[in-house]
Design a protein around this ligand. Structure first.
Ligand SMILES: *Cc1c(COP(=O)(O)O)cnc(C)c1O
Length: 467
């Protein structure tokens, strides 16, 4: 399997190189040259397999010959062995039609662990025996940072520098990052907001002098390997609900469009997906794009579901590319237009192609809280604000009563316990696996939000390229 860039000019790469590169050199995102498919018999044969075994089967065509079958299976066992539920991503039934797919049983309590636990092993495997030392630089509003740090702490050949906005992540999120004391983990609190931290990271990648000195890479969901790992749970859940003989719908709390794009990939591979519901909060660029063709960015409004407080959804480019006959030149023009005006219209082909599978909804804070109360009092499930947005959209989507609707539960309620307590009146307790999080020593630097301050800090600690 080879990977091509959505903007048409970067070289095609194999799975290993696409994983290590993250972003393509022409500014585009890597996608497989063609979607592999599973026959109905192959999908039926997934019934009853363990999560790790399902993962190995789904990922096999994507990794090609960069990993042997035994290596891939061993990595899936290792990555998903660290989850606290034996089913890894269990399904919970709420009522006759609705289900939650609990994706938060990993070490840092959000669905990001499902992909990042695997990505950490991939980086280590692909770097062993090479003289490359990766310098991962990222900005986080909380969940990606904690999941990436857990996955990479103590691994050889890689350092991780994670920027978070000082005072704007929850206590649980900050401590999950700053109490990891492995020498290859470097936490930086930035005196600024998330957008500022993100802009600093982009500036580092775009600075020739800096990016030529270190082998920079990224762990956010522009990395194809993360999306590939997320395709697995769509199959895993749908097969348990009767696929391939029965259609299943999914509702996905969406920010950067990574998680729901994995659902699109599952459908492309042959899974009978009745609908993908893109649920947004008031930061609704994707809802406007999918319902009216208007992809235009405004300013971010902070909400109780901070991991969805996003204006520009990077992975949307992957969908637009696939729906527009995979024309990299046209895509590069469309994205250049967006980057200069912060607005673009979907073409007819893109709008019609998306409408065949996706619907979207924007959920107001009041409906989010009401849904947390409904889940708690009517279905006996405490859910977090992100999950509540997905479930609110699912319950009013008007799908036929015989189609099961699975809402992806993206975070453990304890990770956002203040918001859960405000809505439901009860405070979720932290699960035992986070242990003595509040007694552990923290370590992080606090820096001004300037390019000079941050690059000087990183340059002192990162490992330069071998020449
Ligand atoms: C990251 C995140 C999301 C959004 O996922 P995308 O792949 O960016 O669309 C939703 N909920 C939680 C809890 C998250 O951490």
């Amino acid at each position: 399997m080879r990977y091509e860039s959505t903007r048409g000019t970067a070289p095609t790469l194999d799975f290993r190189d696409a994983t290590l590169a993250g972003l393509a050199s022409d500014g585009g995102l890597y996608v497989p040259e063609a979607w592999p498919t599973l026959s109905a018999n192959e999908i039926a044969a997934l019934a009853g397999l363990s999560y790790a075994e399902t993962a190995a089967r789904i990922m096999t065509p994507f990794v090609g010959d960069t990993l042997s079958a035994d290596e891939l299976r061993a990595m899936c066992e290792a990555a998903y062995g660290r989850f606290s539920h034996a089913a890894v991503t269990p399904l919970v039934q709420l009522d006759q039609q609705h289900f939650l797919l609990e994706l938060f049983h990993g070490p840092t309590l959000a669905f990001k662990d499902v992909a990042l636990q695997f990505l950490g092993l991939l980086f280590e495997r692909f770097l062993t025996g090479s003289d490359t030392h990766l310098t991962i630089v990222g900005a986080t509003s909380g969940d990606t940072g904690s999941a990436a740090i857990d996955a990479l702490a103590g691994r050889e050949h890689v350092d991780i520098f994670m920027l978070h906005p000082e005072g704007r992540v929850s206590d649980v999120q900050r401590r999950q990052m700053t109490t990891v004391l492995a020498p290859n983990v470097h936490n930086i609190a930035i005196r600024g907001d998330f957008d500022t931290a993100q802009a600093l990271v982009k500036a580092m990648f775009n600075d020739d002098a800096f990016s030529q000195r270190f082998t920079l890479s990224a762990v956010n969901s522009i990395n194809w390997a993360r999306l590939m790992a997320q395709v697995v749970y769509y199959f895993y859940a749908a097969v348990r609900l009767g696929a391939p003989d029965r259609q299943v719908a999914f509702s996905v709390p969406t920010g950067n469009f990574g998680d729901v794009f994995a659902g699109y990939v599952a459908a492309k591979m042959g899974l009978p997906v009745a609908r993908l519901i893109v649920a947004t909060n008031v930061n609704d660029i994707l809802h406007r794009a999918l319902s009216a063709g208007d992809y235009s960015a405004g300013t971010v409004t902070p909400t109780a579901a901070p991991s969805m407080d996003i204006q520009v959804s990077s992975n949307f480019e992957r969908l637009l590319y696939d729906l527009a006959a995979r024309d990299g030149g046209a895509m590069a023009d469309q994205m250049r237009g967006f980057e200069s005006t912060r607005a673009m219209r979907l073409t007819n082909a893109q709008a019609e192609g998306a409408a065949a599978l996706f619907t979207s909804d924007r959920v107001e804070p009041g409906d989010m809280s009401e849904t947390m109360r409904w889940a708690c009092h009517e279905a006996g499930q405490v859910i977090d604000p992100h999950t509540a947005i997905g479930l609110a959209a699912a319950r009013r989507a008007g799908l036929p009563a015989d189609v099961p609707v699975v809402t992806l539960a993206t975070a453990h309620p304890a990770k956002f316990r203040d918001a859960v307590e405000r809505a439901t009146g009860s405070r979720p307790t932290l699960p035992g696996r986070v242990g003595d999080l509040f007694d552990r020593e923290e370590r992080y630097a606090t820096l001004d939000a300037t390019f000079e301050a941050v690059t000087a800090y990183i340059a002192e600690r990162a490992v330069a390229k071998v020449r």
